[in-house]
Design a protein around this ligand. Structure first.
Ligand code: PMV
Length: 364
Protein backbone atom coordinates (compact mmCIF):
# COMPACT_ATOMS: atom_id res chain seq x y z
CA UNK A 1 0.00 0.00 0.00
CA UNK A 2 1.38 3.42 -0.91
CA UNK A 3 1.46 6.29 1.57
CA UNK A 4 -1.96 7.99 2.01
CA UNK A 5 -2.30 10.88 -0.46
CA UNK A 6 -2.23 14.34 1.05
CA UNK A 7 -4.27 16.44 -1.30
CA UNK A 8 -6.45 16.57 -4.39
CA UNK A 9 -4.84 16.93 -7.77
CA UNK A 10 -6.12 18.11 -11.16
CA UNK A 11 -4.83 17.68 -14.66
CA UNK A 12 -6.28 18.45 -18.07
CA UNK A 13 -5.12 17.28 -21.52
CA UNK A 14 -6.33 17.37 -25.09
CA UNK A 15 -5.26 14.38 -27.16
CA UNK A 16 -5.95 13.78 -30.85
CA UNK A 17 -7.20 10.72 -32.67
CA UNK A 18 -4.98 8.90 -35.16
CA UNK A 19 -5.51 7.01 -38.39
CA UNK A 20 -3.54 3.83 -38.97
CA UNK A 21 -1.72 3.41 -42.29
CA UNK A 22 -0.53 -0.10 -41.39
CA UNK A 23 -3.20 -1.64 -39.19
CA UNK A 24 -2.97 -3.24 -35.78
CA UNK A 25 -5.35 -6.19 -35.91
CA UNK A 26 -4.76 -9.12 -33.56
CA UNK A 27 -2.99 -9.38 -30.22
CA UNK A 28 -0.13 -11.38 -28.74
CA UNK A 29 -0.55 -13.13 -25.40
CA UNK A 30 -0.20 -10.62 -22.57
CA UNK A 31 -2.06 -7.41 -21.92
CA UNK A 32 -2.87 -5.39 -25.04
CA UNK A 33 0.23 -6.35 -27.01
CA UNK A 34 0.02 -6.09 -30.80
CA UNK A 35 0.57 -9.13 -33.03
CA UNK A 36 2.26 -6.90 -35.63
CA UNK A 37 3.80 -3.41 -35.82
CA UNK A 38 1.49 -0.59 -36.92
CA UNK A 39 2.04 2.99 -38.00
CA UNK A 40 -0.36 5.94 -38.01
CA UNK A 41 -0.75 9.63 -38.76
CA UNK A 42 -1.91 11.77 -35.86
CA UNK A 43 -4.87 14.06 -36.53
CA UNK A 44 -5.62 17.51 -35.19
CA UNK A 45 -9.31 18.32 -35.22
CA UNK A 46 -10.76 15.03 -33.97
CA UNK A 47 -9.62 15.18 -30.35
CA UNK A 48 -10.76 14.61 -26.78
CA UNK A 49 -10.34 16.75 -23.68
CA UNK A 50 -10.09 14.99 -20.34
CA UNK A 51 -10.07 16.87 -17.07
CA UNK A 52 -9.11 14.54 -14.25
CA UNK A 53 -9.63 15.37 -10.61
CA UNK A 54 -8.10 12.91 -8.14
CA UNK A 55 -9.46 13.19 -4.60
CA UNK A 56 -7.89 11.27 -1.69
CA UNK A 57 -10.27 8.50 -0.59
CA UNK A 58 -10.11 9.75 2.98
CA UNK A 59 -11.84 12.99 1.95
CA UNK A 60 -14.99 11.43 0.47
CA UNK A 61 -17.86 9.28 1.73
CA UNK A 62 -16.91 5.59 1.79
CA UNK A 63 -19.79 4.61 -0.55
CA UNK A 64 -18.65 7.01 -3.27
CA UNK A 65 -17.80 5.25 -6.59
CA UNK A 66 -14.16 4.96 -7.58
CA UNK A 67 -14.76 6.77 -10.89
CA UNK A 68 -17.43 9.30 -11.87
CA UNK A 69 -17.56 10.38 -15.47
CA UNK A 70 -19.17 13.34 -17.19
CA UNK A 71 -19.12 13.37 -20.98
CA UNK A 72 -20.18 16.53 -22.86
CA UNK A 73 -21.72 17.86 -19.64
CA UNK A 74 -23.77 14.70 -18.89
CA UNK A 75 -23.13 11.91 -16.37
CA UNK A 76 -22.30 8.77 -18.32
CA UNK A 77 -22.33 5.71 -16.03
CA UNK A 78 -22.39 3.48 -19.14
CA UNK A 79 -18.80 4.52 -20.00
CA UNK A 80 -17.44 3.85 -16.50
CA UNK A 81 -16.82 0.05 -16.61
CA UNK A 82 -14.34 0.43 -19.50
CA UNK A 83 -12.45 3.13 -17.61
CA UNK A 84 -12.50 1.12 -14.38
CA UNK A 85 -10.93 -1.76 -16.27
CA UNK A 86 -8.30 0.59 -17.68
CA UNK A 87 -7.52 2.14 -14.26
CA UNK A 88 -7.42 -1.32 -12.65
CA UNK A 89 -4.76 -2.40 -15.15
CA UNK A 90 -2.91 0.88 -14.79
CA UNK A 91 -2.91 0.42 -11.00
CA UNK A 92 -0.51 -2.53 -11.38
CA UNK A 93 1.96 0.14 -12.50
CA UNK A 94 0.52 2.97 -10.42
CA UNK A 95 -0.63 1.45 -7.10
CA UNK A 96 -1.56 4.91 -5.75
CA UNK A 97 -4.61 4.96 -8.08
CA UNK A 98 -6.38 2.86 -5.45
CA UNK A 99 -5.89 5.64 -2.89
CA UNK A 100 -7.97 8.15 -4.82
CA UNK A 101 -11.44 8.53 -6.29
CA UNK A 102 -11.71 10.24 -9.66
CA UNK A 103 -13.97 12.83 -11.25
CA UNK A 104 -13.42 12.73 -15.00
CA UNK A 105 -14.89 15.36 -17.24
CA UNK A 106 -14.51 14.78 -20.95
CA UNK A 107 -15.64 16.07 -24.34
CA UNK A 108 -14.91 15.34 -28.00
CA UNK A 109 -14.61 17.89 -30.77
CA UNK A 110 -16.47 15.50 -33.06
CA UNK A 111 -20.00 14.17 -32.55
CA UNK A 112 -20.05 11.05 -30.38
CA UNK A 113 -22.54 9.48 -32.78
CA UNK A 114 -20.36 10.09 -35.85
CA UNK A 115 -19.24 6.47 -35.91
CA UNK A 116 -15.65 7.60 -35.30
CA UNK A 117 -13.94 5.76 -32.47
CA UNK A 118 -13.02 8.15 -29.70
CA UNK A 119 -11.15 5.56 -27.65
CA UNK A 120 -7.73 6.49 -29.09
CA UNK A 121 -8.04 10.19 -28.25
CA UNK A 122 -9.79 9.71 -24.90
CA UNK A 123 -7.46 7.00 -23.59
CA UNK A 124 -4.42 9.01 -24.72
CA UNK A 125 -5.71 12.07 -22.84
CA UNK A 126 -6.36 9.93 -19.74
CA UNK A 127 -2.89 8.40 -19.96
CA UNK A 128 -1.40 11.90 -19.96
CA UNK A 129 -3.46 12.96 -16.92
CA UNK A 130 -2.46 9.80 -15.03
CA UNK A 131 1.25 10.38 -15.69
CA UNK A 132 0.81 13.96 -14.44
CA UNK A 133 -0.67 12.52 -11.26
CA UNK A 134 2.15 9.99 -11.00
CA UNK A 135 4.70 12.81 -11.12
CA UNK A 136 2.91 14.60 -8.32
CA UNK A 137 2.67 11.43 -6.16
CA UNK A 138 6.26 10.30 -6.72
CA UNK A 139 7.72 13.81 -6.72
CA UNK A 140 9.75 12.82 -9.81
CA UNK A 141 9.44 15.02 -12.88
CA UNK A 142 10.04 13.20 -16.15
CA UNK A 143 11.71 14.92 -19.06
CA UNK A 144 9.50 15.44 -22.12
CA UNK A 145 10.53 12.31 -24.00
CA UNK A 146 10.15 10.06 -20.94
CA UNK A 147 6.81 11.68 -20.11
CA UNK A 148 5.38 10.93 -23.58
CA UNK A 149 6.68 7.38 -23.50
CA UNK A 150 5.19 6.74 -20.07
CA UNK A 151 1.84 8.24 -21.18
CA UNK A 152 1.94 6.07 -24.32
CA UNK A 153 2.62 2.98 -22.17
CA UNK A 154 -0.30 3.78 -19.86
CA UNK A 155 -2.69 4.82 -22.70
CA UNK A 156 -2.06 1.44 -24.38
CA UNK A 157 -3.77 -0.26 -21.43
CA UNK A 158 -6.96 1.70 -22.20
CA UNK A 159 -6.93 1.09 -25.95
CA UNK A 160 -4.05 -0.27 -28.03
CA UNK A 161 -4.22 2.30 -30.81
CA UNK A 162 -4.33 5.13 -28.21
CA UNK A 163 -0.62 4.70 -27.53
CA UNK A 164 0.13 6.12 -31.01
CA UNK A 165 -1.77 9.38 -30.37
CA UNK A 166 1.06 10.71 -28.22
CA UNK A 167 3.30 11.59 -31.16
CA UNK A 168 2.94 13.62 -34.34
CA UNK A 169 2.97 13.70 -37.29
CA UNK A 170 3.35 9.90 -37.22
CA UNK A 171 3.86 7.13 -34.70
CA UNK A 172 4.83 3.48 -34.78
CA UNK A 173 3.89 0.83 -32.24
CA UNK A 174 5.12 -2.72 -31.93
CA UNK A 175 8.23 -4.85 -32.29
CA UNK A 176 9.57 -4.66 -35.82
CA UNK A 177 12.46 -5.66 -37.99
CA UNK A 178 14.07 -2.43 -38.95
CA UNK A 179 11.94 -0.26 -41.24
CA UNK A 180 14.02 1.64 -43.74
CA UNK A 181 16.93 -0.66 -42.82
CA UNK A 182 15.09 -3.67 -44.16
CA UNK A 183 17.87 -4.67 -46.53
CA UNK A 184 20.36 -5.02 -43.70
CA UNK A 185 19.89 -8.22 -41.78
CA UNK A 186 18.34 -7.52 -38.42
CA UNK A 187 17.67 -10.62 -36.41
CA UNK A 188 16.51 -9.01 -33.17
CA UNK A 189 13.25 -7.06 -33.13
CA UNK A 190 13.41 -3.33 -32.56
CA UNK A 191 10.71 -1.02 -31.21
CA UNK A 192 8.39 -2.02 -28.41
CA UNK A 193 5.01 -3.66 -27.96
CA UNK A 194 4.59 -1.67 -24.76
CA UNK A 195 4.52 1.87 -26.12
CA UNK A 196 4.64 3.79 -29.39
CA UNK A 197 7.46 5.94 -30.72
CA UNK A 198 7.67 8.92 -33.06
CA UNK A 199 8.47 8.24 -36.72
CA UNK A 200 10.76 10.27 -38.93
CA UNK A 201 8.64 11.93 -41.64
CA UNK A 202 9.12 13.90 -44.81
CA UNK A 203 7.74 17.50 -44.74
CA UNK A 204 4.84 16.43 -46.96
CA UNK A 205 3.19 14.46 -44.15
CA UNK A 206 2.94 17.43 -41.79
CA UNK A 207 -0.21 18.66 -43.51
CA UNK A 208 -1.73 15.58 -45.08
CA UNK A 209 -5.52 15.88 -45.00
CA UNK A 210 -7.90 13.23 -43.73
CA UNK A 211 -11.43 13.95 -44.96
CA UNK A 212 -13.67 11.45 -43.22
CA UNK A 213 -16.85 10.49 -45.05
CA UNK A 214 -19.37 9.23 -42.52
CA UNK A 215 -21.56 6.76 -44.38
CA UNK A 216 -23.02 5.26 -41.21
CA UNK A 217 -22.99 6.31 -37.58
CA UNK A 218 -24.67 3.13 -36.33
CA UNK A 219 -23.00 1.21 -33.54
CA UNK A 220 -20.62 -1.50 -34.82
CA UNK A 221 -22.08 -4.99 -35.15
CA UNK A 222 -18.81 -6.53 -33.90
CA UNK A 223 -16.57 -4.59 -31.50
CA UNK A 224 -12.86 -4.10 -32.19
CA UNK A 225 -12.11 -6.16 -29.11
CA UNK A 226 -14.10 -9.12 -30.50
CA UNK A 227 -12.45 -8.62 -33.91
CA UNK A 228 -8.94 -8.77 -32.38
CA UNK A 229 -10.04 -11.94 -30.56
CA UNK A 230 -11.14 -13.62 -33.79
CA UNK A 231 -7.58 -13.23 -35.15
CA UNK A 232 -6.31 -15.76 -32.58
CA UNK A 233 -7.61 -18.79 -34.45
CA UNK A 234 -7.69 -17.14 -37.85
CA UNK A 235 -6.52 -19.30 -40.73
CA UNK A 236 -4.62 -16.35 -42.25
CA UNK A 237 -3.42 -14.91 -38.93
CA UNK A 238 0.23 -15.78 -39.24
CA UNK A 239 0.38 -14.74 -42.89
CA UNK A 240 -1.30 -11.45 -42.03
CA UNK A 241 1.24 -10.63 -39.30
CA UNK A 242 4.09 -11.25 -41.73
CA UNK A 243 2.34 -9.21 -44.39
CA UNK A 244 1.88 -6.33 -41.92
CA UNK A 245 5.56 -6.45 -40.93
CA UNK A 246 6.51 -6.30 -44.60
CA UNK A 247 4.15 -3.37 -45.25
CA UNK A 248 5.36 -1.62 -42.10
CA UNK A 249 8.93 -1.72 -43.44
CA UNK A 250 7.89 -0.03 -46.66
CA UNK A 251 5.60 2.45 -44.90
CA UNK A 252 8.50 3.65 -42.74
CA UNK A 253 10.69 4.09 -45.80
CA UNK A 254 8.02 6.02 -47.71
CA UNK A 255 7.12 8.19 -44.73
CA UNK A 256 10.76 9.19 -44.58
CA UNK A 257 11.37 9.84 -48.26
CA UNK A 258 7.97 11.36 -49.14
CA UNK A 259 6.89 8.67 -51.66
CA UNK A 260 3.22 9.53 -51.26
CA UNK A 261 1.84 7.45 -54.15
CA UNK A 262 3.68 4.31 -53.05
CA UNK A 263 2.43 4.83 -49.52
CA UNK A 264 -1.13 5.57 -50.69
CA UNK A 265 -1.37 2.29 -52.58
CA UNK A 266 -0.06 0.42 -49.58
CA UNK A 267 -2.57 2.17 -47.30
CA UNK A 268 -5.47 1.01 -49.50
CA UNK A 269 -4.11 -2.53 -49.48
CA UNK A 270 -3.91 -2.42 -45.67
CA UNK A 271 -7.51 -1.17 -45.34
CA UNK A 272 -8.90 -3.87 -47.59
CA UNK A 273 -6.77 -6.54 -45.91
CA UNK A 274 -8.14 -5.49 -42.52
CA UNK A 275 -11.68 -5.99 -43.82
CA UNK A 276 -10.70 -9.22 -45.58
CA UNK A 277 -9.58 -10.54 -42.17
CA UNK A 278 -13.01 -9.69 -40.76
CA UNK A 279 -14.83 -11.33 -43.65
CA UNK A 280 -12.75 -14.50 -43.37
CA UNK A 281 -12.90 -14.82 -39.54
CA UNK A 282 -14.97 -17.61 -37.97
CA UNK A 283 -17.65 -16.39 -37.74
CA UNK A 284 -17.04 -13.91 -40.53
CA UNK A 285 -18.63 -10.48 -40.64
CA UNK A 286 -18.85 -7.44 -42.86
CA UNK A 287 -18.54 -3.87 -41.61
CA UNK A 288 -18.51 -2.18 -45.01
CA UNK A 289 -21.81 -0.76 -46.27
CA UNK A 290 -22.89 -0.46 -49.92
CA UNK A 291 -21.94 3.23 -49.76
CA UNK A 292 -18.43 2.31 -48.58
CA UNK A 293 -17.89 0.32 -51.78
CA UNK A 294 -19.45 3.08 -53.84
CA UNK A 295 -16.98 5.64 -52.45
CA UNK A 296 -14.01 3.28 -52.88
CA UNK A 297 -14.88 2.85 -56.56
CA UNK A 298 -15.35 6.57 -57.05
CA UNK A 299 -12.06 7.46 -55.35
CA UNK A 300 -10.16 5.04 -57.55
CA UNK A 301 -11.93 6.17 -60.70
CA UNK A 302 -11.25 9.82 -59.84
CA UNK A 303 -7.59 9.08 -59.17
CA UNK A 304 -7.11 7.12 -62.41
CA UNK A 305 -8.89 9.75 -64.50
CA UNK A 306 -7.39 12.92 -63.01
CA UNK A 307 -4.10 11.73 -61.50
CA UNK A 308 -5.10 13.33 -58.18
CA UNK A 309 -3.13 11.69 -55.36
CA UNK A 310 -6.03 10.79 -53.07
CA UNK A 311 -6.22 7.39 -51.35
CA UNK A 312 -8.73 5.84 -48.96
CA UNK A 313 -8.41 3.93 -45.77
CA UNK A 314 -10.91 2.36 -43.36
CA UNK A 315 -10.86 1.58 -39.67
CA UNK A 316 -12.95 -1.19 -38.17
CA UNK A 317 -16.14 0.34 -39.55
CA UNK A 318 -17.83 1.51 -42.75
CA UNK A 319 -16.56 5.12 -42.84
CA UNK A 320 -14.00 6.26 -45.37
CA UNK A 321 -10.89 8.29 -44.61
CA UNK A 322 -9.67 10.10 -47.72
CA UNK A 323 -5.98 10.92 -47.37
CA UNK A 324 -4.20 13.42 -49.62
CA UNK A 325 -1.39 15.98 -49.48
CA UNK A 326 -2.26 19.66 -49.09
CA UNK A 327 -1.33 20.33 -52.74
CA UNK A 328 -4.39 18.26 -53.81
CA UNK A 329 -6.83 20.06 -51.50
CA UNK A 330 -8.87 21.97 -54.10
CA UNK A 331 -9.35 19.03 -56.49
CA UNK A 332 -10.31 16.67 -53.68
CA UNK A 333 -12.68 19.21 -52.15
CA UNK A 334 -14.71 19.47 -55.32
CA UNK A 335 -14.65 15.66 -55.72
CA UNK A 336 -15.95 15.30 -52.14
CA UNK A 337 -18.66 17.94 -52.69
CA UNK A 338 -20.04 16.13 -55.71
CA UNK A 339 -19.75 12.69 -54.05
CA UNK A 340 -21.55 13.93 -50.93
CA UNK A 341 -24.30 15.45 -53.04
CA UNK A 342 -24.78 12.23 -55.02
CA UNK A 343 -24.81 9.95 -51.99
CA UNK A 344 -27.51 11.94 -50.22
CA UNK A 345 -28.10 13.52 -46.86
CA UNK A 346 -27.18 10.49 -44.80
CA UNK A 347 -23.48 10.94 -45.69
CA UNK A 348 -21.53 13.65 -43.86
CA UNK A 349 -18.00 14.96 -43.65
CA UNK A 350 -15.44 15.45 -40.89
CA UNK A 351 -12.59 17.41 -42.38
CA UNK A 352 -9.34 16.75 -40.56
CA UNK A 353 -5.62 17.27 -41.11
CA UNK A 354 -2.42 15.94 -39.53
CA UNK A 355 -1.58 17.81 -36.34
CA UNK A 356 1.12 18.38 -33.77
CA UNK A 357 0.10 16.02 -30.94
CA UNK A 358 -1.45 16.41 -27.48
CA UNK A 359 -1.61 19.71 -25.63
CA UNK A 360 -2.12 20.55 -22.01
CA UNK A 361 -5.61 21.95 -21.30
CA UNK A 362 -6.72 24.81 -19.09
CA UNK A 363 -7.83 23.93 -15.59
CA UNK A 364 -11.18 25.75 -15.57
O1 PMV B 1 -7.17 0.16 -30.40
P1 PMV B 1 -8.29 -0.75 -30.78
O2 PMV B 1 -8.34 -1.99 -29.93
O3 PMV B 1 -9.61 -0.04 -30.85
O4 PMV B 1 -7.99 -1.33 -32.25
C1 PMV B 1 -7.87 -0.47 -33.36
C2 PMV B 1 -7.82 -1.23 -34.61
C3 PMV B 1 -7.86 -0.43 -35.91
O5 PMV B 1 -8.36 0.87 -35.70
C4 PMV B 1 -8.77 -1.14 -36.88
C5 PMV B 1 -6.48 -0.37 -36.52
C6 PMV B 1 -5.47 0.54 -35.89
O6 PMV B 1 -4.29 0.20 -35.94
O7 PMV B 1 -5.85 1.62 -35.37
Amino acid sequence: MSEAPKSSFESCWWAPSNIALVKYWGKKKGYQLPANPSVSLTLSKAKTRVHLKAIPKGEVASERDWIDLTFAGKKMPGFVPKIEKFFTHASHEMPFLKDYVFDLDSENTFPHSAGIASSASSMAAMGLCLVDLEQKVTGKTLEEREFSQRASYIARMGSGSACRSLYAPAASWGENFGGANKDKSIDKPQGSDLYAEPVECHELYKDVHDSILIVSSAEKKVSSRAGHGLMEEHFYGRARYEHAQYNWNYALEWLKDGSWDHLGNLVEEEALTLHAMMMSSRPGYLLMEPKTIEVINRVREFRYETGTAVYFTLDAGPNLHLLYPHSEREQVKSFIDSTLRDLGESVSLLDDVVGTGPIKGELA
